[in-house]
Design a protein. Structure first.
Length: 415
């Protein structure tokens, strides 16, 4: 890393030197051209002066003077010295113009080069400090120290890069934590499924072995075994279907339809699906969902959602209320709406649940203390997923030995 930085630094210094030398050469070329132009003007002035004031001098004689073919340089020098035009005069008053210009050009370029070098060194030092800061920043992130601050006040590229690195790291962290949670949920679900299937499979194996080993088994006993095996198969089929639905919700592959859901019709369909279990449990379900109020005014209760999925959610909750009601008990189902949400209330006066059970009631495979042996522990969890996928939520209130009340609220979508 240090070798790369040194090489880059030398390359940049070399570029600065080349630029300065190029400027110096260009400056000297400019100075030379300027001196040549000035001499050209002086010669033109001299020739013009002689042509005006000394017309008797021929052009050839004048050209000979300019080309140095005639005349005596020493004699001319002596003549000029009489009038004070000696070497000291040229040094003090005229100087060596070319030398002076070259010196000024070199001095300016030297100052420029030193200034550029100082600015470059300071900039390089600042950039190196920023890079070291980013390296330390990444080191802290790799050590899972996320208690770092971004600097949104500075607008230089490296600060913006550091802030983007932090945001990307936090996004990757959240993604990693989410994937870890999903993997943990998947592992737990597999364990739960294995546990749920182990008992019925063992029971079915025993009953099938009995049927196979005892060809003289009484017909009524054989029918009981077959009936029990059929019930276990139906139970496992229900479990697998529910798990597949939950897996689809976890994967985000379920797309809810947006249609008007008639709550009265949905409750009627749910009760029709549960008619057998309601009759077997000897429970009365009081359906208080009506399109007309007590005064006969139309008050159709609706919400926007997916009818089939919400029917399954409501059916699961009503089924739970029926299963936990006492024999000859009652379950009430009502609905209402306002400008904010549509609400469905399912209330029973059955066993109720403890505070601890209430906190975990929507967890997968959680079975309350008073749950029956046929309970899977997945219906309420599935109902919660379905309702929340349709812009809704479920709340529950319960008191042990007094009953339970579920409230489903579908928040109205803003148009």
């Amino acid at each position: 890393m240090n070798n790369i930085r040194t090489r880059n630094l030398l390359i940049k210094i070399f570029i600065i030197v080349v630029v300065c030398l190029t400027l110096m050469v260009c400056g000297n070329i400019y100075i030379s051209k300027r001196i040549a132009a000035d001499r050209k003007v002086e010669v033109e002035k001299l020739v013009g002066y002689f042509r005006v004031n000394y017309p008797e001098i021929s052009e050839s004689e004048l050209m000979d003077v300019l080309k140095g073919r005639s005349g005596d340089a020493e004699l001319g020098g002596e003549l000029l010295k009489k009038y004070g035009y000696d070497e000291e005069y040229y040094k003090i008053n005229l100087g060596d113009e070319r030398t002076r210009l070259y010196v000024w050009n070199s001095a300016i370029l030297l100052v420029l080069a030193v200034s550029l070098l100082i600015v470059f060194v300071l900039y390089q030092h600042r950039q190196t400090s920023k890079i070291n800061e980013i390296a330390d920043y990444l080191s802290q992130l790799n050590k899972r120290n996320y208690d770092l601050k971004t600097n949104d006040n500075d607008e230089d590229d490296l600060t913006l890069l550091r802030n983007e690195i932090f945001r990307t790291t936090m996004l990757l962290r959240e993604t990693s934590e989410y994937e870890t949670k999903l993997n943990a949920d998947l592992s737990r679900s597999m364990e739960d499924i294995s546990h749920q299937l182990r008992t019925p499979l063992a029971s079915m194996t025993i009953m099938l072995d009995n049927i196979y080993d005892d060809p003289d088994m009484p017909a009524d006993m054989r029918q009981d075994f077959i009936r029990s095996i059929s019930m276990q198969i139906n139970w496992m089929s229900s479990l697998v279907n529910s798990m597949l639905k939950l897996a689809k919700f976890d994967a985000g592959t379920i797309k809810m339809a947006d249609g008007e859901v008639d709550v009265e019709k949905m409750i009627a369909d749910a009760l029709d699906k549960l008619s057998v279990i309601i009759e077997l449990r000897n429970v009365e379900v009081v359906n208080e969902v009506h399109q007309d109020d007590a005064d006969g005014n139309s008050g159709k209760v609706t919400f926007i959602g997916d009818y089939n999925w919400q029917l399954e959610a409501v059916t699961n909750i009503i089924k739970n209320a029926v299963e936990h009601s006492h024999e000859e008990g009652r379950v009430w189902v009502s609905a209402s709406k306002n400008d904010v949400y549509t609400e469905i209330v399912i209330r029973d006066e059955g066993e109720g649940m403890s505070e601890d059970d209430r906190k975990h009631i929507f967890e997968r495979f959680y079975r309350a203390q008073n749950a029956g042996t046929e309970s899977i522990g997945i219906g309420l969890s599935l109902a919660k997923c379905i309702v929340e996928a349709n812009n809704g939520y479920i709340t529950v209130e319960s008191e042990l030995n007094k009953g339970t009340e579920f409230k489903i609220r579908y928040v109205r979508k803003q148009s």
